[in-house]
Design a protein around this ligand. Structure first.
Ligand code: COA
Length: 264
């Protein structure tokens, strides 16, 4: 892939968006390659040896930006039809990140603006470098977020705060993003990737079927009423019993040992 670098260490895959001369701006090529790389990881994790599969992904950017937005040069002359298609592709990528059977952590190393923040918001959670700046500046260009930002930002930080950021288009620092609950943790830039990898490794060491079930329940449950959401959890909880992971995990606890999960 020309614009996406993938490295693998045990159960953790790191994907780096690599178009630093344009601050990793999302054009059709980047969107397609990220989608294809993600699809490859999902296929490997569902059809390959579950003992070797990817169990957590770190998504980051090369250079001084995570992603400085959708590619403005590519969008400038788009027709309504082309814009609709571009938005559809961005939405599909964000939906694929949310639907992946493993958590995806955004390691926001610098600017995460517009489509870049929207991508990060489709990840399970965000860790940010202390120098990062994030925002949805689309209104400064005469448009609105088109990859889910008006919806996912509000769900992440609440409607009032999201409205302020969307209507002004202002950028916030990593510290303010932490206060807003937009990012989970802020770390010195030089330590970001190591910290994100460590969290991903922690996730990679626990029961992968359980993590996938928790991800599904939390995503779908957050979109429906509490009653049906709890029912969803109940079914997912029961469904894990009888799996090798459940037997291994509980037997290891009772034997005072550390479990090694097979992912089955
Ligand atoms: N789309 C296309 N190109 C972009 C881009 C984007 N969203 N963001 C940055 N670039 C390009 C710049 O045009 C420049 O290209 P050039 O060297 O060929 O001129 C290159 O990336 C470096 O950006 P530059 O603006 O010179 O860096 P900077 O450090 O001075 O400023 C930002 C950084 C992030 C403040 C600034 O690039 C910016 O405002 N980008 C657009 C952010 C935005 O509105 N995103 C939402 C899009 S919907």
């Amino acid at each position: 892939m020309a614009t996406i670098e993938r490295t693998q260490s045990g159960h953790v895959a790191t994907l780096t968006i690599n178009r630093p001369d344009k601050l990793n701006a999302l054009n059709a090529e980047v969107l397609a390659e990220l989608r294809a790389t993600l699809a490859g990881l999902v296929t490997e994790s569902t059809t390959g040896d579950p003992g070797c599969a990817t169990r957590a992904v770190v998504l980051t950017g090369a250079g001084k930006a995570f992603v400085a937005g959708a590619d403005i040069a590519a969008m400038a002359a788009m027709t309504t039809t082309e814009a609709a298609r571009f938005s559809e592709v961005g939405h599909a990528l964000c939906a694929a990140l949310e639907a992946a059977p493993f958590p995806v952590l955004a390691a926001v190393n610098g600017f995460a603006l517009g489509g870049g923040l929207e991508l990060a918001l489709a990840c399970d959670f965000i860790l940010a470098a202390d120098t990062a700046k994030v925002g949805l500046p689309e209104v400064t260009l005469g448009v609105i977020p088109g990859f889910g930002g008006t919806q996912r930002l509000a769900r992440r930080i609440g409607l009032g705060r999201a409205r302020e950021l969307v209507y002004t288009g202002r950028m916030v620092t990593a510290e303010e993003a932490l206060r807003l609950g937009l990012v989970n943790e802020v770390v010195p830039g030089a330590e970001l990737l190591a910290r994100a990898t460590k969290v991903a490794e922690q996730i990679g060491a626990v029961g992968p079927l359980a993590v996938a079930a928790a991800k599904r329940a939390m995503l779908h449950g957050s979109e429906i009423a509490l009653g049906p959401a709890c029912e969803l959890e109940r079914q997912a909880f029961a469904g894990l019993f009888g799996t090798e992971d459940q037997r291994t995990g509980m037997a290891a606890f009772l034997a005072k040992q550390k479990a090694t999960f097979a992912g089955k």
